[in-house]
Design a protein around this ligand. Structure first.
Ligand code: THU
Length: 132
């Protein structure tokens, strides 16, 4: 699967976002080594803090379906002028399973950039190895 195709799957998820409060849809698509893709969108809640981000929706779908150490790349996209930067909680959750994950970050015009989770988004991250 190309980066463009993965990003497009994430853009497709924008229409599933449940965002009555922020009106800020986010879509995600997580690629596994075997080619399986888990998609996600943000799901908000009247108790705002209970909101789940798009990346974590995709990640938890994947983990709950038996995927864990085979994540290759994730696309995270939004509809704003700037790139849809993954929040700190999502960076941390992804780091647990895939510190070297490639992250495609997209914006409204459907352009995206490719970053590395450990090098670019969460340097010196705290992960399972930190507990040794
Ligand atoms: N959001 C995500 O889905 N992913 C992120 O990494 C950043 C924030 C969502 C949460 C909330 O529904 C909306 O964007 C505004 O914060």
């Amino acid at each position: 699967m190309t980066d463009r195709e993965l990003a497009d799957l994430a853009y497709e998820m924008l229409k599933r976002s449940y965002v009555p409060y922020s009106k800020f849809p986010v879509g995600a698509a997580l690629l596994c080594a075997d080619g399986t893709v888990f998609t996600g969108c943000n799901v908000e809640n009247a108790a705002y803090g209970s909101t789940i981000c798009a990346e974590r929706t995709a990640l938890l779908k994947a983990v709950s379906e038996g995927h864990r150490n085979d994540f290759v790349r994730i696309a995270v996209v939004g509809e704003s002028e700037d790139y849809c930067w993954p929040c700190g909680s999502c960076r941390q959750m992804l780091y647990e399973f895939a510190p070297k994950l490639e992250v495609l970050v997209g914006k409204a015009d459907r352009s995206f950039i490719k970053l590395r989770l450990d090098k670019d988004l969460l340097p010196h991250g705290f992960g399972p190895a930190s507990l040794n």
